[in-house]
Ligand binder design. Structure first.
Ligand SMILES: Nc1ncnc2c1ncn2[C@@H]1O[C@H](COP(=O)(O)OP(=O)(O)OP(=O)(O)O)[C@@H](O)[C@H]1O
Length: 654
């Protein structure tokens, strides 16, 4: 296929067409470029008469016959879904193993109806080897081993919004990313216009996942964090917790709406509109009606019909110009469209709009609200009480909008205002990860990017650490604008060995009562080690030294404010490490990980330093600890000076 694409001559009917052909060919060659380390296929399906290979992309031979079927094609579905109970027409499924591009082995499952159940069906050798392959660098794709319950979600139709409630390591993130790739393949032309957006919680997480879609051949998906999505003001300050909670509260949407639309003034005087050399008086009564009409359109029930503030101002100007035009027509004149448009842009009309429907910008308006108590009180009356209003106000008004002490929550509010001013362009599909932590205002920011598209929401209520953490998904899904989204659970844990998962799951009745616990697909005797220590330093250096001797990634997770000390201890012990930061740098093989950044990440070996300190560091510290305890693929070592938090303490049975 590469040879055929290279051989095409870029001769179009003219220079422009030739250039376009050349660009298309370059694009095609780029799409066909293959990493020699990535095998062209990883599976094979046999039915009674045919054999198909399954791979990352479609490959055909010189005669045009398919040699490898793209994993996303409907024909590949049985490869992922067939079982001995339901062979889906297959007699055999074969999985190939590769090492650095060399075929090293294969595993067969005979699926004919009469065959006995495969002893390790679903957790075959290859799946296990794939999970346990030592990690280095960013997250890998799972195309070769997607499991049936994951495949159901990956291949759900585009129109279906889905919320995946998945326990740690059940593959939520992997499923969300593979779903994006599946949708782009299956609904390419529809999504080419509107695009797909993936939203993650922070840069460190994004850096970890951002290579998965490109390795699946999808380079055009936009992957971003919530902070980047809402970067309307330069964030340079941090809100105290109670202020951040209030700024994330859904009532802020009403306050901002009133702050913008509530300040539209009533016309007090008529306006003289110049049109084609004469002036026409528009009386104040009619002006009032125009303003009311346009303002009402700003509150349309159907979101797609809403007239945004900036467009409303233009509409108002047009209404005045049209009034003058009518007057001229009634006098026998026939003004042109261009003359009417000029009238709408005249100084007289502009002055009127400035007085009644002033030009606004999001940051400027927010700055006014936080600086001017009377202005805030007008917008917040009946919504926020006096104490709440006081929380929002800046003690000292800033010298300029740019230098104001903006916070991350302010950026989300500025984004809300920007969404009231003008329509935010929406995507055809949005995947939002770690959604359990979104504030109601952040949910609205994501919903604005959705327009008519659908949504994949990924999260785990047991890992919810933000102040808004919901106890079920209803409010989040309503906030995201898709209240009827079906919640689908994933409970088979692929990452964490059974011994470790059972230990972490002891926290579940406390942190998420009623939530089904995950069951691990692998047991790994010896994977969990709990070590009471008198002092951390010596044992920590010993443990990390021992783990460093084998390949794979190591995360040393501790309370955020202990990270620098832990790194210093390791470096003094001859084990230089880096502290993971949220600047998007690659995660080093051996990293000290502040607990707040552990979410979504995983390491072959994890050392948890002082779990009691992690639990004590924040209001939802036990949830944070649950996140931390579920990051390990092969080994978890817990070093504790103080007693373990209660449900974990009784480890006599371990
Ligand atoms: N079908 C699979 N085949 C191979 N590996 C898998 C499969 N499903 C999940 N994994 C692996 O399990 C690990 C966990 O997956 P992922 O990070 O997507 O889970 P998650 O549910 O988002 O976890 P968490 O909520 O704890 O962040 C990853 O290393 C992923 O590659």
């Amino acid at each position: 296929m590469r040879a055929a694409a290279s051989a095409v001559v870029d001769a179009g009917v003219d220079a422009w067409a030739s250039e376009r052909l050349g660009a298309a060919r370059a694009e095609r060659l780029r799409a066909l470029a293959a990493d020699p380390g990535v095998p062209p296929f990883f599976g094979r399906t046999d039915d009674s008469c045919e054999t198909f290979h399954i791979g990352r992309r479609h490959v055909r031979d010189t005669a045009g016959n398919p040699v490898v079927i793209d994993w996303r094609a409907p024909m590949s579905r049985p490869f992922y879904q067939a079982s001995t109970a339901d062979p889906q027409g297959l007699t055999r499924r074969r999985r190939f193993g590769f090492s650095g591009g060399d075929l090293t082995g294969y595993e067969d499952e005979v699926l004919a109806e009469s065959s006995p159940a495969h002893p390790e069906e679903g957790t075959g050798r290859f799946l296990r080897a794939e999970i346990e392959r030592p990690r280095s660098g960013p997250m890998r794709d799972i195309v070769a081993t997607i499991q049936p319950e994951q495949d159901e979600i990956v291949r759900a139709p585009l129109a279906e919004s889905i919320c995946v409630q998945g326990a740690p390591g059940t593959g939520k993130t992997a499923v969300g990313l593979h779903r994006a790739a599946f949708l782009l393949y299956t609904y390419g032309s529809q999504l080419a216009r509107t695009g797909v957006l993936v939203v993650g919680p922070n840069r460190a997480f994004l850096r970890y996942i951002e290579q998965v879609l490109p390795t699946l051949g999808e380079v055009d998906v936009e992957q971003t964090t919530l902070a980047e999505l809402t970067a309307r003001v330069p964030v340079r300050a941090v809100d105290p917790p109670e202020v951040a909670v209030l700024k994330g509260d859904v009532r802020m949407a009403e306050v901002l709406r009133r702050a913008l639309w509530g300040e539209i003034a009533k016309p007090t005087d008529s306006v003289q509109v110049p049109l084609a050399g004469r002036r026409y008086r528009v009386p104040v009564e009619r002006l009032k009606r125009y303003v009311d009409d346009v303002r009402r359109r700003g509150r349309a029930e159907d979101d797609q019909q809403v007239l945004h503030y900036v467009a409303g101002r233009e509409r108002l100007a047009t209404r005045l110009a049209e009034d003058a035009r009518r007057q001229k027509e009634e006098g026998g004149g026939s003004p042109t469209d261009a003359e009417t448009r000029r009238a709408a842009r005249s100084a007289e009309v502009r002055d009127f709009c400035d007085a009644v429907w002033p030009v606004r910008d999001a940051a400027g308006l927010l700055c006014e609200l936080w600086s001017d108590p009377a202005r805030l009180a007008r917008a917040a009356r009946g919504v926020l009480d006096d104490d709440e209003q006081a929380l929002l106000r800046w003690p000292v008004p800033p010298r300029s909008v740019r230098t104001a002490p903006w916070t991350a929550a302010d950026a989300v509010l500025a984004d809300e205002l920007a969404g009231l001013l003008e329509r935010t362009s929406g995507y055809g599909h949005v995947v939002v990860d770690e959604a359990q932590d979104l504030s109601p205002m952040q949910c609205r920011a994501v919903a604005r990017r959705l327009a008519a598209g659908s949504l994949t929401v990924l999260g785990d209520l047991a890992q919810a650490t933000s102040p808004w953490s919901p106890s079920d998904w209803r409010d989040t899904l309503a906030g995201l604008g898709r209240p009827h989204t079906v919640v689908r659970p994933l409970t088979r844990g692929y990452r964490v060995p059974g011994e470790v998962l059972d230990f972490a799951n002891r926290l579940l009745p406390l942190i998420a009562p009623g939530l089904a616990a995950a069951t691990a697909v692998r047991a790994e005797p010896g994977s969990l080690s709990i070590r009471p220590v008198a002092a951390i330093a010596g044992p920590l250096v010993d443990v990390v030294g021992g783990l460093s001797a084998v390949p794979g990634s190591i995360g040393i997770v501790c309370a955020d404010d202990a990270a620098a000390d832990v790194a210093a201890v390791l470096s003094d012990g001859g084990l230089p490490t880096a502290v993971l930061t949220d600047d998007g740098d690659e995660v080093p093989r051996v990293a000290v990980v502040p607990a707040a950044l552990a979410k979504g990440l995983e390491f072959d070996a994890v050392v948890v330093v002082d779990p009691a300190a992690i639990a004590a560091a924040e209001p939802r510290g036990l949830h944070r600890l649950y996140v931390v305890l579920t990051r390990a693929v092969s080994t978890l070592v817990v070093l504790h000076r103080n007693d373990l938090p209660a449900p974990l303490g009784d480890h006599a049975t371990l």
